[in-house]
Write a protein that binds this ligand. Sequence first.
Ligand code: GDP
Ligand code: MN
Ligand code: MN
Ligand code: MN
Length: 252
Amino acid sequence: MKLEAFTVDNIPLIKKGDDLAEIISNNIELDDGDIAVIASTIVAKSEGQVFKLEDINPSENAVRIANKNRFNPAFVQAVLNRSRECLVESPIMLVETYNGNVCINAGIDDSNIEKGFILDLPENPDESAELIGSRLKELTGKQLGVIITDTNGRAFKTGQTGVAVGVYQLPAIKNWRGETDLYGHALEITEEAVADEIAGTANLLMGEGDGGNPVIIVRGMNILTEEKRTVKEMHRPDDEDIIKKGLRCLNQ
Ligand code: GDP
Ligand code: MN
Ligand code: MN
Ligand code: MN
């Protein structure tokens, strides 16, 4: 078995309205089965999810949290604007976004954007992945998948890793239930977060700084599907999530 990952060179600084599929297909020869892994940062830029902190008016609640955390009140307001629920308020903000992802600061980012500005995640990253993916297919005539990534921390561990926040034409979860192990035992509960694993692999080449590598092509996975799949496959149902339950208890 063999898996390849490579950068797409010559991607410019992305601006609102840029056609990412056109930029990608102009700079790389794609094959059937390829997965284009794209940093949410440039998807957000192309969709105009860029905000000037000065323009955001913090509410009383935002000022209260900002004082506790020593955060910029406008930044806190931006996080609250994208949050369905605040699971931890201080000393960091751990929230569930309207899209269902639980993450720090609602994924709002001030890296790789001009000073004084912030980047929100795309509002519906699955939809963004579909738009870019279908345009890429139109331009190349190839069968392709798309993953939109962000860099997230993990509970209980230091170190961040690339994760999938949107998918198109590939599963987020691979179900191993019903398969057997080497000794013939039936696998009963194993689900593999393949989209996160591919995102983590691609993130090795993206890096986090000034590398300028927001698009990675992953070749050799052989997992594309015509079925409609979603990153929400990875979001644990609320009533089964004991960590969330515990955090809500602490907040009462
Ligand atoms: P995130 O993980 O989605 O928050 O994205 P990062 O801020 O970690 O950036 C991932 C990669 O994309 C890094 O290599 C950045 O240098 C690069 N990057 C970010 N924005 C741009 C852009 O507008 N153009 C180019 N060429 N690279 C970018
Ligand atoms: Mn960033
Ligand atoms: Mn980010
Ligand atoms: Mn990153």
